[in-house]
Design a binder for this molecule. Sequence first.
Ligand SMILES: Nc1ncnc2c1ncn2[C@@H]1O[C@H](COP(=O)(O)OP(=O)(O)OP(=O)(O)O)[C@@H](O)[C@H]1O
Ligand SMILES: [Zn+2]
Length: 513
Amino acid sequence: MRWISNFPPPSKTFTERTMARDIQLIRILGEETYNKISNSKVLLVGAGGIGCELLKDLLLMGYGEIHVADLDTIDLSNLNRQFLFRQKDIKKSKANTAVAAVALFKGNTRLEPHHGNIMDVSQFPLSWFRQFDIIFNALDNLEARVYVNRMALFINKPLIESGTTGLKDSAEEFIDSVVEKIFVEDIVRLAKIDTLWKTRQKPIPLNYELYSKKLKELPTSIISDDQKIWTTEENLFVLIDSLKRLQARYKSEGVLDFDKDDKDTLDFVVAAANLRSFIFGIETKSEFEIKQIAGNIIPAVATTNAIFAGFSSLQSLNVFSDDPVGNSRLIYDSEYINKFVTQCPPLPGNSNCKACGIQRGIITVPSLDIQLGEIHKQLLKKFGYSDDVSIVVGNNRLIYDYDFEDNLISSLKDLTIGSGSIFFVSDSDDDLQDIELYLEVAPQETDITLTDITIKKKPLKKKESKEEVTIQDDQMEEIFDEDEILLIDEPAEKRPLEIEQEETYSKRKKSTI
Ligand SMILES: Nc1ncnc2c1ncn2[C@@H]1O[C@H](COP(=O)(O)OP(=O)(O)OP(=O)(O)O)[C@@H](O)[C@H]1O
Ligand SMILES: [Zn+2]
């Protein structure tokens, strides 16, 4: 990137720094996009691993206003990757702390933290979401993700989604090379960096040759002794044995997740952790003790979070382009061993999908004294449904269908339906598409209003044929040139367990919203 060398040297004051950054941004983005970004207001949901990265990225891109929402407080276990937080911040609100932490480099951006659950309708009603031009998800659970996605669909705002999970799986083809790499080569390299060991004990690489000679003499019974603190050779023995067991299971079961109650995965974690402790002069522990610690492990990789937060922020540039949807890309880890990421165009909606297969709109009422019957009448009139519809509110609470008219004379208040309730209307004749409506109360209005949407006819059901989303091979491209980002320098071959990989991949495609 040549422009860096032309760029003025680091300046001292806040204003100087901010100005310098803006000049840099204009050079990169062009004045038009720069202006659009600096006049945009965005919402970041989640201030965890990805959220901290994303907040930094969005600030550096020069967004005009950023709101950060998170329900949680900071935990000790967050500090390894949620780099905006320090020890002194433990127990404080993530949203408030993240916003305070970036004050030094926030430039001209206005920031607002919100400590709360994004699914809390009283704190975050739909009308609150409307103020934003773009919404970024940096969440760790499906429920909240699906919820924010729905809100974005109700108000037709762009949502940029991101997520990462732990380490990539590899075939673990060669146990020896795994042990050599992790416990010998990497340690030799680390030990050479003198500055790291000024105040700490230097790690000692594992003498693999020496210990591996002793392995044959060991009884397999040690594996079941979870109270004993294993010796170094016992740990190596368990590591190799568990790797073999895991390898065998991988062939039939595919990718295995760590589970503290799964002996094979626990043995591997205990042995690997103890060997590492031995190398670094840390006290080793029994399997029983490690089981308790490892039960809380969060498999998160800081660099992966940083990379995907980067993609997420860059994707937002498409919002300002002339074809936001057409230019957007799904970016995910590559199936190829020497590529880090792959991209493809956004997947088309699936008419069987609860998230994207239905129409969404807003129903506005002047007050909660309105009777359900009036809403029912408006629904039929506006959308053309026959009388035979069913109306469900929230999580599966049926409030009306053809044979259940009792509630029509009740007010919304009496039915305990309030602002933020979601109505799901389906055509019992299966003729017209289903619709989901978000209820808003607007005292300034005099009548019930319904969003202008055209309800289409339902496609005729093919017999049990599920719609499948497939991506053409030529739609997928590798995102970078090989020499730009090459994490592992092996030829571009498919991994040996190609078939399992392919299956996991197609499952993922189908589950993408
Ligand atoms: N309903 C919700 N409302 C607001 N914030 C939420 C909600 N659900 C989850 N969060 C927040 O989302 C954040 C998710 O961050 P977390 O670090 O757990 O996952 P991540 O960003 O995917 O990164 P990592 O993979 O490093 O764990 C958490 O700080 C959590 O409090
Ligand atoms: Zn969908």
